[in-house]
Design a protein around this ligand. Structure first.
Ligand code: PBG
Length: 330
């Protein structure tokens, strides 16, 4: 019997050599916390399909922001959950300077200027029909009129002090239009995180509960603008266009089921590439953990490390704060 000269188990034998050869090390600095903001004060409305996640009033959000800073998280991605009363066909509340999102941005930036703030740019929380854009008489989301609305929304967030606008709508040409409008208004430092490869995924269900956009979505769903789940060449084309139009960072979404897409995007373009561990991914891990079927801390950190190994520069996650605390505790 002959023995191998190369034994990969030698380096795995001790913790010190495993540490030395570890290629990917997750840190709190890789993580972006995700939060939902609602009206009111001292309010925390649990999201039923996302145990541990709640819609927070602005004052409560300030507390969460402080916790993120203390845990070493560089940025917070903010999503509005406005009341039904402000939803309309034309989504005009999205660019109201005194709207929920704009007020939240001002308060957070004043309280924690060092915490990066990422604002979702899309109309779904503000439309009565729950689509990300403006619809025609057939329910089709119209590209150009939607871009006009998104540009107003992005400018309103920029005026309130957002650091990153993050268009999650998947209209053609919106990155270029928003970039031009920001430049013209003097917001030259406002970055754009483009949801470039965003799939028409069923993993967004709990998010739609959280922002109240699920109710009226027709049977068509969002397939005329979000990407088909079977495609990845198309993702590269989307990313390429967004870079050409002026995106500062690009994103792949959802996360774990699309690691191959994340890998291809990072390899091909070398852009700052973010990934979004979406609501349904959170719900799966949380449900299994609550049943005692999975070790929550271990699987969450494993999943987040996998994103980084596949090429993610930053990871949006509802688990970001928990994970950062776990990492700091060693
Ligand atoms: C909509 C938007 C969605 C998410 C982020 N922005 C849902 C959708 O496209 O319907 C999903 C995020 C998640 O599931 O966590 N603009």
């Amino acid at each position: 019997m002959s023995y191998p000269a190369t034994r990969l188990r030698r380096m795995r034998h001790d913790a010190f050599s495993r540490t030395l050869m570890r290629e990917t090390v997750l840190t709190p600095g890789d993580l972006i916390m995700v939060a939902f903001v609602c009206e009111g004060s001292d309010r925390s409305e649990p999201v039923a399909s996302m145990p541990g996640v709640a819609r927070l009033s602005i004052d409560r959000l300030e507390t969460l922001a402080a916790e993120c800073v203390a845990a070493g998280i560089p940025a917070l991605a903010l999503f509005p959950a406005p009341g039904d009363g402000v939803k309309s066909e034309d989504a005009r509340e999205a660019w109201n300077p005194e709207g929920l999102m704009q007020r939240a941005i001002r308060v957070l930036k004043r309280a924690h200027p060092e915490l990066g703030l990422i604002g979702d740019v899309a109309l779904d929380p503000y439309t009565t029909h729950g689509q990300d854009g403006l619809i025609d008489e057939h329910g089709y989301v119209m590209n150009e009129p939607t871009i006009v609305a998104l540009t107003r929304q992005a400018l309103a967030q920029a005026a309130a002090g957002i650091d990153f606008v993050a268009p999650s709508d998947m209209m053609d040409g919106r990155i270029g239009a928003i970039r031009a409008a920001l430049e013209q208004a003097g917001h030259i430092h406002t970055r754009i995180l483009a949801y470039s490869a965003k799939y028409a995924s069923s993993f967004y269900g709990p998010f739609r509960d959280a922002v109240g956009s699920a109710g009226h979505l027709g049977k068509g769903g969002k397939h005329t603008y979000q990407m088909d789940i079977g495609n990845s060449d198309e993702a590269l084309r989307e990313v390429e266009l967004d870079i050409a139009e002026g995106a500062d960072a690009v994103m792949v979404k959802p996360g774990l089921p699309y690691l191959d897409v994340l890998y291809r995007v990072k390899q091909r373009f070398g852009m700052p590439t973010f990934v979004y561990q979406v609501s349904g991914e959170y719900a799966m891990l949380k449900a299994a953990a609550q049943h005692g079927w999975l070790d929550e801390k271990a699987v969450v950190l494993e999943t987040l490390t996998a994103f980084k190994r596949a090429g993610a520069d930053a990871i949006l996650s509802y688990y970001a704060l928990d994970a950062a605390r776990w990492l700091r505790a060693g």
